[in-house]
Ligand binder design. Sequence first.
Ligand SMILES: [Ca+2]
Ligand SMILES: [Ca+2]
Length: 493
Amino acid sequence: MTSPRVLLVLLAAVAAISAQNNPVFKKFEYKHSFRAPNLAQRDGSIPFWIVSGDAIASGEQLRLAPSMRSRKGIAWNKRAFVESENFQVDIALKIGGQGRVGADGLGIWYTSQLGALGPVFGANDFWTGMGIFLDSFDNDGIKNNPQVALMLNDGTRSYDHHTDGSQQILSSCQRDFRNKPYPVRLRIEYLKNVLLVHVDDGMQPTPRYELCMRAENIYLPKNGYFGVSAATGGLADDHDVLDFSVFSLFSEQQKPTPVAEQIPQQEKQKYDEEFERQMKEYEAERAKFKEQHPDKVKEDDEYDPSKYYEDATARELRLIYESQNAIHQVMQNMDQRLAQIQQTQATGHVAPAAAAGQQAGGAVAGGASFQPHEKNEVITSLRDLSQSVRDMKQYVNEIFTKTYNMEQKLTQGGGATGGGVDSSMHQKVDSLLNELRTVRATQIETSGSGGSPGTCQNNCVSSTIFLLIIFIQSIVIVAVVYVRSKQDKAKFY
Ligand SMILES: [Ca+2]
Ligand SMILES: [Ca+2]
């Protein structure tokens, strides 16, 4: 009696869980999607989407931001998502570049308004709705990037790049999505106010999703717009979206009526007939045109897709070729300018050379056939020359300074020494003169006391010997003074 009841309860519970978790119906919405190949049209536009900024769409990918510094690009779905309140978005993307670290990242959006170019991974700030950021660069430096982060905004908040929005994001997971061998896939599911984000690791061709985020009680704007954006900074990655597939999700009650049922049978038949008629008309016109302009039609018939499309490699090659061409152009311009300068120099030299004569004329003839390498040599030697002149100038300056100092010292020291010589000389000469006077006075006294002037008694020195002594003494003094001054001079060198 109890076991069937328990079974019934269990069955009811399973049914309830499955009804809650499994969407009953899922429909691809091509007006909100794009995918490779034939992602973009010939003119680079994506049907139902606006592509703006540095974003470039080709058949194979939507490159939102190239691996160049400070680029940003966006693409936004022009049509509001009115098909359902719940959705699933499957995205395949490739983010990568040469660097070990990349920047800035890619944003996936569902907003109440169409997005515009701005600072949040290429898109505008103060949005209303959901932003999922594949943030490559670790701005706050806490080693948690690359990461996938979810941020909701009601139009009042500004994303804070410096902290990687750590105070603003609702949920995140750390995933290395850069430089993977296969496109990295994301699955975003919004159903019954629960948002789920699964991320694949990009290591194999078929996706292997892992749960990254689950957030409950999420209320996204109704009839919002899907968008993608990307930006680079000082570091730069390529940010490519290869697939953006939107599905509307319905529970059993909400299941939409198939398109075929929406249009009455009679009307459908009318449309088909109209289409047939227009096609026939078009064919007839085409045949007529072919007859009238056979040459032009031939070109049209030989339609070659490669004429209109180019793959990524071809595009890169073309870009390289173009930049090389630009460099070549600049070089040519520089060459022309140099030639002009040479010419001006040559004409400037001719007049004085002609006046100077034959030898100078020969030099000008040499100047006319100036080769670039010769010019370089001349410039180099001129540089050497000016360097040598500079060195020489320095030497001369040094010599001048030394000489000046020496002169100063000599003047000071020499003056002092000279004064010393003079005073000692004076003293000695004075003492000599005194002695001389004393001697003469003695002689006069002696002769005055009755002695003959020719005769000499005790303690008497003959004048010849006296003079001789004085002479020798003077020579010695002069020699001593000379030697002393020599020694003083030697000190200054
Ligand atoms: Ca960041
Ligand atoms: Ca960080």
